[in-house]
Design a protein around this ligand. Structure first.
Ligand code: ADP
Ligand code: ZN
Ligand code: ZN
Length: 734
């Protein structure tokens, strides 16, 4: 007999509305089957939406008699386990973002459809008895067969792909009778452990760091590993993961978007000796879904992924590692603006497990937590293996012609290194041919029609492009202002540098790593393969090449324009600039040979170069923290940015002025400092005007209160036709 008190459920729906909604259980249903975290189809206005049950209640719903019944439930298992539900509810409050949208961000696309949860099959490959009769030049085929054979049992589909073999290639060998596929349901997947004995023995610093952390396993405990580039942090991570596995726990490793190179991945995989599940945007929806499934059921013991992997459910999580914790790519820039690093710490707390944040250049936020004792603070001071800290040279660009991105002393040094059989990295954080097309007669600069910014010149194919809205148009040959044909590209992006380097070093091959050149993981794999051959070459790139790579034959890193990194109105400019320079500098001197860094600058006396010369990030960040404390800037205050976007600048500004008027009396006790409204640096983007109101609060509590004010603000008249968004702990101050 069913109980007569009306049961109802609360559901979070994917709509920009705060709060959850009540739904009755239809008479035909069995309410016992429902659980928190489960997907459910509900009527919402005229639409039907997939939502998530946040609570199951007894009695009458508060919304009274007009409460509708939900339409349909799907599988009885929850999409979000209790820990993820707790994490996302916490995040909704902390970030002042609608819970429904937070949950949807964390939900696999497949489950956003009103269909039953799919059960995908995975393919395993094994070698048949047929002897290989291919010609000698069929080396790639032979390679694949050897690969499968060397893994005495089956090879998982994902492993093949990471080893550089496509599925269609494996299918060809199946058709020829050499390989045999076996489909297995994800849940019965048996993973085998293979041991690779080539792992290095940890040096004393590494071993101590590892022991310090491992002794706190089994409870919530956070540590920072501050290790200079090349100090062997990755080896420490691997050792820690092994400890977690010994305890029967799973490990989740977050890496920056750019860092998910096959190199990093295969280091983990071969040294841990077991298949690793990955989670990143380069994977298909099906692959991501399978990873999620394997992690949730505990079949995947180690999961490596980028930002959104923080939402991967696990069965028994024992360790979370956030590599390069300072990296900006952990922050989601639109919609639900979470920081995966900060969510990772919260998740470790909820999971009652260990978390390790690692970096050569820790963020001011993490450094403060380490200094205050909230995180254990561990340091690696020496380069591991054969590497040594590179030497630093500055080239004063005031002494060189301003047209030339490559100064004479730099060219001489590059030549010297190439002649010695070494590789050289040329770092320029700007893609395209040139950032500006300018008229030499009247000074006109070719603008983007949709944004308050200039168009960049691109070659191959020749065109103009806006790096902010994506607008493309054909190259102009005449000034739009004075009709002069004397218009020229000014400044150099990676494309132009490559061209000049080809001119100066016609017999040396070049590899370019930027977003135009490297679009997929395979592109990256190919580039790395060329570099790893070790032959002399010029590697030109943006920040894409700055992080994580372990190239052993690079002896010179040249930074073309360091000044652009430091001069901006962002209070984090120096921190970000130094992080980037030290990361790039860290790409040289990783093998047996001494590395050199050459920086072109017009400000050679800037104190920042001392820190690079001494590889002394710590002194810098301590000074930086003092400045932040004096100015009550983050991490000493809690920042919240309200953003307005509207079709007219006036509207966008007025809305925030109104918001300020409302907030000001609430914080009359000086608990907050409010700056703005101010226009964004690029105030018009895609024909939308953008304004900011920056709030620096004295406590998280007060900041959260203000962040959650947004839904009320958005309903008020000045916000009509104005989009309001909230950014808690923003990474940009522009
Ligand atoms: P990080 O992640 O701190 O930049 P890596 O873990 O990439 O440093 O290590 C840098 C290099 O030193 C790698 O080539 C790695 O194989 C090597 N290495 C690390 N630890 C050791 C060790 N204990 N013995 C020998 N080589 C090591
Ligand atoms: Zn002109
Ligand atoms: Zn534009």
């Amino acid at each position: 007999m069913q109980c007569h008190s009306i049961n109802y459920i609360q559901v979070a729906v994917p709509a920009p509305l705060h709060g959850v909604f009540d739904y009755l259980t239809p008479e035909t249903s069995e309410p016992n089957q429902l659980c928190v975290g489960q997907r459910i189809l509900v009527p919402f206005g005229a639409r039907k939406l997939i939502g998530i049950i946040t609570a199951i209640k007894e009695g009458e719903p508060n919304s009274g008699r007009k409460t509708k019944a939900y339409l349909k439930s799907f599988e009885s298992m929850p999409t979000f386990n209790p820990i993820l539900m707790a994490l996302l509810s916490w995040a909704a409050d902390y970030y002042g973002h609608p819970i429904g949208e937070c949950l949807m961000t964390a939900m696999p696309k497949t489950l956003k459809q009103a269909k039953l949860r799919p059960s995908y099959k995975l393919t395993h490959w094994s070698r048949t008895d047929k002897k290989f009769a291919g010609r000698n030049n069929a080396t790639k085929q032979k390679k694949l067969l050897d690969f499968v054979e060397s893994h005495s049992e089956n090879v998982w589909e994902d492993e093949l792909r990471h080893a550089g073999f496509t599925k269609s290639f494996a299918n060809k060998l199946r058709d020829a009778g050499y390989l045999e596929p076996h489909a297995q349901s994800t849940l019965s997947l048996a993973m085998q452990v293979r041991i690779d004995s080539s792992e290095p023995i940890l040096n004393q610093e590494q071993a101590q760091t590892c022991a310090q952390i491992a002794k706190n396993f089994g409870q919530f405990h956070a540590s920072l590993i501050h290790g200079i580039t090349g100090s062997g942090k990755t080896e420490v991570y691997i050792a820690l993961v092994k400890e977690a596995l010994k305890k029967g726990a799973q490990a989740l490793i977050l890496v920056p978007e750019i860092n998910l190179t096959p190199q990093t991945f295969s280091r983990f995989q071969s040294q841990l000796g077991l298949p690793i599940a990955t989670m990143h945007s380069g994977m298909s929806e099906k692959e991501r879904f399978i990873t999620r499934d394997l992690a949730e059921t505990g079949h995947a013991q180690v999961i490596i992924g980028t930002r959104s992997a923080i939402f991967t459910p696990t069965k028994k999580l024992g360790l979370i590692i956030v590599d390069e914790e300072h990296d900006q790519s952990y922050k989601q820039f639109d919609n639900f603006k979470y920081s995966a690093r900060d969510l990772a710490v919260k998740r470790a707390q909820l999971e009652n497990c260990n978390i390790v944040l690692g970096s050569a250049t820790p963020s001011a936020e993490t450094m403060l937590n380490a200094k205050s004792g909230k995180y254990a603070w561990l340091s690696l001071h020496q380069r591991a293996g054969a590497g040594r800290h590179p030497s630093l040279g500055l080239i004063d660009m005031r002494a060189h012609s301003s047209d030339d991105a490559l100064s004479q002393p730099l060219l001489k040094n590059i030549k010297h290194q190439l002649d010695a059989g070494n590789q050289v990295i040329i770092f320029q954080n700007r893609r395209g041919f040139s950032p500006t097309l300018m008229c030499y007669d009247c000074g006109w600069i070719c603008p983007c029609p949709n944004c308050d910014t200039r168009l960049s010149v691109h070659q191959h194919p020749m065109h103009l492009q806006c790096h902010h809205c994506g607008h493309k148009q054909t190259l102009l040959h005449q000034c739009a202002n004075c009709n002069s044909t004397n218009i020229q590209p000014v400044g150099s992006g990676t494309e132009r540098l490559e061209q000049s380097l080809n001119y100066h070093f016609p017999y040396t091959s070049t590899v370019r790593l930027d977003r135009d050149q490297i679009k997929t993981q395979t592109d990256m794999e190919c580039a790395i393969e060329i570099i790893n051959k070790g032959e002399p070459c010029l590697i030109i790139g943006t920040q894409m090449l700055a992080k994580g790579h372990d190239f052993h034959n690079v002896t010179l890193v040249a930074i073309i324009d360091s000044d652009a990194l430091f001069f901006s109105s962002d209070f984090r400019a120096t921190e970000k600039g130094l992080q980037q320079l030290l990361q790039v500098a860290g790409r040289t001197g990783r093998g047996d040979k001494k590395g050199h860094v050459l920086i072109q600058t017009r400000h050679p006396d800037h104190p920042i170069f001392e820190h690079i010369r001494d590889n002394d990030y710590l002194t810098f960040i301590e000074e930086e923290l003092e400045i932040r404390e004096r100015c009550a800037l983050p991490p000493y205050s809690r920042m919240l940015t309200l953003r307005s976007e509207a079709a007219s600048a006036e509207k966008a500004e007025r809305a925030l002025a109104h918001a300020k008027n409302i907030i000001q009396p609430m914080v009359a006790n000086n608990s907050c400092y409010i700056a703005g409204p101010i226009a964004a640096v690029i105030s018009r983007k895609q024909n939308i005007y953008r304004y900011y109101l920056h709030i620096f609060a004295d406590s998280i509590k007060r900041r959260t209160q203000l962040a959650n004010l947004a839904p009320q603000l958005a309903k008020q008249a000045p916000f009509k036709q104005v989009r309001l968004s909230v950014d808690v702990d923003p990474m940009d101050y522009i």
